[in-house]
Design a protein around this ligand. Structure first.
Ligand code: ADP
Ligand code: MG
Length: 406
């Protein structure tokens, strides 16, 4: 489901109140009866509400459902998107919307801009988009609200990601700047960089490798394991090395060497605490992911073994950072929410986008051959694979102002 923000400016504030009414009604109604929508919208019934309802249904923000007992409406993903966009616009977080640059399994990534023109990224969480149908409806957390669950769970994912991004950023980790969260969306700073996956050559793989391993250890020292630490979730900023200034590169090789590579970590909905029951498995998987990627892509194998979870634990005891797992819990993303989200993500198979997650099913992980065939690329969106620096520029050109008509 793609975000199409164009229709937003033709919506009236009345339309938005009705849309918010459908959202509020969905919390405890599978299908929200029309009189309830009218009530919850705070508008006094009549033709206004009916006109708004048919407007919203026409552009698929809500969908009519015929029920055995009564007819009514349910909120569509598009409706939730618009509510979030509207809130971001009101809060002056987003002024205009550009291109979608990524379609993940569980998210859409869109370039947006502030009124100052500075570009940002909006990540729309779409948990359950793929395999929602496979969910068993007898689960506790779904019992009373099976259609609302994707909304709730996507919101939890956004809350979790935002809380961790904030905690990490405040503690000096190289992550995007968290700007705002609303419903199932977060807005963050745009990193003008590409995923490691798209970096063809690295002049000094050993250096980058050790930086990444240090990042994993540093996360653990602050109580955290990323859980999906792979070549898609590490963006590599390429900057000119200030030390190399003035010296014109004589060869391509030298040009590469003059680039300073800074990894920026993204994608946090699956982070776990070092106290998680499966912490060691997650930790090892993150480490192994990087090892395998460097071995296959850059033909680099470190002479150092590990790091192991036991080593990480030792560091944490000897020289602990602030416990960010605990801090995030206290910030409003509770342990109960974390549990609900984890259970749901497992249920819908939302275990991230990288090799790490696939690795669990991948018995012959030492088989280097199959790697180059590109077979695993199938799982990833074209948007991810073909992203170029022009995408950001193109996006700027095509930013559409969001103007909700009054
Ligand atoms: P998913 O959970 O779907 O994997 P990610 O957060 O990993 O979503 O984002 C998917 C892709 O979108 C990334 O691989 C990256 O190319 C791009 N992306 C995400 N966040 C940013 C950002 N802040 N700046 C630039 N690109 C980003
Ligand atoms: Mg990702």
């Amino acid at each position: 489901m793609k975000l199409d923000a164009k229709a937003i400016r033709y919506l009236t504030s009345e339309d938005f109140r009705v849309l918010a009414g459908v959202e509020a009604g969905s919390r405890n109604h599978e299908v929200v009866p029309t009189p309830l929508i009218s009530n919850l919208s705070g508008l006094r019934g009549g033709s206004g509400v009916n006109r708004a309802i048919s407007n919203l249904a026409k552009i698929n923000l809500i969908a009519k459902v015929k029920n055995a007992k009564y007819d009514g409406y349910r909120l569509a993903y598009g409706g939730l998107d618009y509510l979030a966009l509207n809130a971001h616009q009101k809060a002056k977080v987003i002024y205009s919307v550009g291109n979608q640059i990524g379609v993940g399994k569980e998210s859409d990534i869109i370039v947006v801009a502030h009124s100052s023109g500075s570009q940002r990224i909006m990540k729309i969480h779409r948990l359950g988009r793929i395999s929602f149908r496979t969910i068993k409806t007898n689960r506790d957390y779904l019992r009373h609200r099976s259609s609302a669950s994707w909304m709730y769970m996507s919101r939890l994912a956004a809350m979790k990601e935002f809380a961790f991004m904030k905690a990490l950023r405040e503690n000096g980790f190289s992550v995007p700047e968290p700007i705002a969260q609303n419903r199932h969306t977060i807005v963050m700073g745009l990193i003008d960089a590409f995923p490691l996956r798209q970096i063809a050559k690295v002049a000094d793989p050993a250096k980058l490798y050790s930086e990444l391993m240090n990042m994993i250890l540093e996360l653990a020292r602050f109580g955290l394991i990323h859980g999906d630490f792979n070549e898609f979730n590490i963006l590599i900023k390429e900057e000119e090395d200030p030390d190399a200034k003035g010296k014109a590169p004589v060869s391509e090789e030298e040009e590469d060497e003059n680039l300073l590579l800074t990894p920026v970590l993204i994608d946090f909905p699956q982070m776990v605490s070092v106290d998680h029951a499966n912490a060691e498995m997650y930790f090892d998987r993150d480490v192994e992911c990087i090892k395998r990627y460097f071995r296959r892509k850059f033909k680099f194998v470190s002479d150092k073994k590990g790091p192991t979870f036991a080593e990480a634990r030792k560091l944490l005891i000897k020289n602990p950072g602030k416990r960010l797992d605990v801090e995030v819990e206290a910030s409003g993303f509770s342990r109960k929410m974390a549990k609900e989200l984890e259970a749901y993500m497992q249920e819908v198979g939302a275990t991230g986008d990288g090799e790490g997650s696939k690795n669990t099913d991948d018995e012959d992980e030492d088989d280097d051959e199959e790697e180059e065939s590109g077979s695993e690329e199938e799982d990833h969106s074209d948007a991810d694979e073909n992203q170029t620096s022009e995408d950001f520029d193109e996006s700027t050109k095509r930013l559409e102002e969001l103007r909700v008509s009054e």
